[in-house]
Design a protein around this ligand. Structure first.
Ligand SMILES: NC(=O)C1=CN([C@@H]2O[C@H](COP(=O)(O)OP(=O)(O)OC[C@H]3O[C@@H](n4cnc5c(N)ncnc54)[C@H](OP(=O)(O)O)[C@@H]3O)[C@@H](O)[C@H]2O)C=CC1
Ligand SMILES: O=C1O[C@H](COP(=O)(O)O)[C@@H](O)[C@H](O)[C@H]1O
Length: 514
């Protein structure tokens, strides 16, 4: 057998063994920002899991780049220590042994052309000696301010070019710009070196099984779609709540705030999947076209309506799970007089045939009472209740809750007869828990996305017009808030400032307690 035939046979054997039919071609993933938090906490563990599940070819390699001086061995040791801590019970020496042989490190400044000259030589060597086949993924996991320089250097050095039979792809981490203008500039910058098919803008929420399940639930069950519109739905609530504070990411968060960190990306993506029309196919353009239509239909918020339709807040000290925690302004690398929002709530409308008049109340925040991401679809009440003769019979509108995390699942609030001699109605939940419904392990979000990326499937990545569409919706809100000299506070451990409750109360509604 020739070398190529041996590799092909091995690849097929691995694919058969792991029960999957598709395995990516050999490739090298270059990570810019290799000594950083995301590489250590998310990217390397995700790749390790893929190796462990035998979903990556033997020849797969990682080249980490950052300025810190380290040898290949020191880099591997650093990653191993983090992985062992994270995967205390499941860490496997043989898996690490296989994976780490393909991990390399290059110290260099990613703004300097010299770094790319050295990188080019090194990648050529890996192609020859490891068989990475000329396929490259450039993962931009450094500060967003470096993205334009890295993209330029990759273009200048010819690394964005694809030769016959090999690919070159670029992954851009969030936040994708900091407003509409910078997102447009960044798109132009990247598109001057890479074709859109080579660009993968990542939002890890799209890699979550339960986020994808929004589509599965809606479009694989005939019973929901007929009800999924303004005839039957009173309103929708989307919550992305976290109990953690900003931790060690104070300086990043000071620049971002909850609107840029969560609402522009994760939350708007969840809204799109909830509101979109059925795509013709589950291919990248069909799905993304439908999401873009939703973004275009979101009613613009005029600046003089921002105070009525959007609320922001910042956590003060308070209690979380019985522990006293400090306020945002006392966090590391946060200004004493910071006006950065750690909480956002908004009322949005999707002005199209399906959703006319249905409010979408969305909220996201840190230091809320618990971690909970969910979509709650509240249906209209029954037109008439025949059980009301004894006064209030307890009938409540149905609510369908899609729990993205934790306790991933779906529950439907139904009315049922309370046992006894009276016709009294009580609310009960019909629950589906994913954990118990399937025996298969749900892959981690980053693992799923990295695999799709290497297989060349951009369906779960953001297209240029999606990123821009989302910023466009938020532009007047950001503009108005940037002029404010005060921010409402909320004690850590509460559901945001009072203004958030008022946003709902003014409409005679209230937020669900996840
Ligand atoms: N951390 C997280 O949970 C998440 C992060 N993200 C995004 O991922 C990206 C990375 O975040 P994170 O890992 O937290 O950031 P870190 O600040 O932890 O890491 C930044 C990395 O960039 C490197 N770097 C900085 N300047 C240069 C330079 N001139 N040349 C080469 N390397 C450089 C640093 O290494 P050195 O100093 O050695 O050069 C370091 O490895 C960001 O875009 C962030 O918004 C997105 C979602 C979640
Ligand atoms: O992108 C981000 O997401 C995390 C929340 O992610 P999750 O998967 O734990 O829900 C958030 O904490 C962080 O601030 C933000 O940058």
């Amino acid at each position: 057998m020739t070398d190529v035939e041996t590799r092909e046979a091995l690849k097929n054997a691995l694919a058969e063994d792991s029960g999957v039919s598709e395995s990516p071609d050999p490739a090298v993933m270059v990570i810019f920002g290799a000594s950083g938090d995301l590489t250590r906490r998310k990217l390397i563990p995700a790749l390790y899991d893929l190796v462990s599940a035998r979903r990556l070819p033997m020849e797969f390699a990682v080249v980490g780049i950052s300025r810190t001086g380290m040898s290949h061995e020191e880099f591997r040791e650093k990653l191993r220590a983090a992985l062992e801590e994270q995967r205390a019970d499941t860490f496997s020496e043989p898996v690490w042994e296989t994976f780490s042989k393909g991990i390399f490190y290059m110290a260099g400044d990613s703004t300097e052309p010299e770094t790319y000259r050295k990188l080019g030589d090194f990648l050529g060597r890996l192609d020859r000696e490891r068989g990475t086949g000329g396929n490259r993924v450039f993962y931009l996991s450094s500060s967003p301010s470096l993205f334009p320089a890295i993209v330029d250097r990759l273009g200048e050095s010819g690394m964005s070019e694809e030769s016959e039979g090999s690919y070159s792809r670029i992954v851009i981490e969030k936040p994708f710009g900091r407003d509409l203008e910078s997102a447009r500039e960044l798109n132009e910058e990247i598109q001057s070196g890479f074709r859109e098919e080579q660009i993968y803008r990542i939002d890890h929420y799209l890699g979550k099984e339960t986020v994808q399940n929004i589509l599965a639930l809606r479009f694989s069950n005939g019973i929901f779609e007929p009800l999924w519109n303004q005839n039957y739905i009173d309103h929708v609530q989307i919550t992305v709540a976290e109990d953690i504070g900003v931790g060690t990411r104070g300086s990043f968060y000071e620049e971002a705030g909850a609107l840029r960190d969560i609402v522009q990306n994760h939350l708007m993506q969840v809204l799109c999947l909830t509101a979109m029309e059925p795509p013709v196919n589950f291919d990248a353009d069909s799905v993304r076209d439908e999401k873009v239509k939703v973004l275009k239909a979101v009613r613009p918020i005029p600046e003089d309506e921002v105070d009525r339709l959007a609320v922001r807040g910042q956590y003060a000290s308070g209690w979380i799970w019985g522990d006293r925690v400090r306020g945002y302004r006392e966090e590391e690398d946060v200004a004493d007089d910071s006006l950065t929002e750690t909480f956002v709530a908004m009322k949005l409308f999707v002005d199209n045939w399906r959703w006319a008049g249905v409010p979408f109340y969305v909220r996201a925040g840190k230091r809320l009472p618990k971690k909970a991401t969910e979509i709650a679809i509240r249906f209209k009440p029954t037109p008439h209740t025949p059980f009301a003769h004894a006064g209030d019979d307890g009938t409540e509108p149905n609510v369908l809750v899609i729990r993205i995390q934790p306790e991933e699942g779906v529950s439907l609030k139904l009315g049922a007869k309370v046992p006894g001699s009276k016709m009294e109605i009580g609310s009960v939940n019909m629950d589906l828990l994913y954990g118990s419904a399937f025996i298969e392990e749900a892959p981690e979000a980053y693992g799923r996305l990295l695999l799709d990326l290497m297989l060349g499937d951009p369906t779960l990545f953001i297209r240029a017009d999606e990123a821009e569409g989302s910023w466009k919706i938020l532009a007047p809100v950001m503009e108005t808030w940037s002029r404010k000299r005060k921010i409402p506070l909320y004690p850590a451990g509460e559901w945001g400032p009072e203004e958030a409750q008022k946003l709902m109360a003014d409409d005679g509604r209230e937020w669900r307690r996840p």
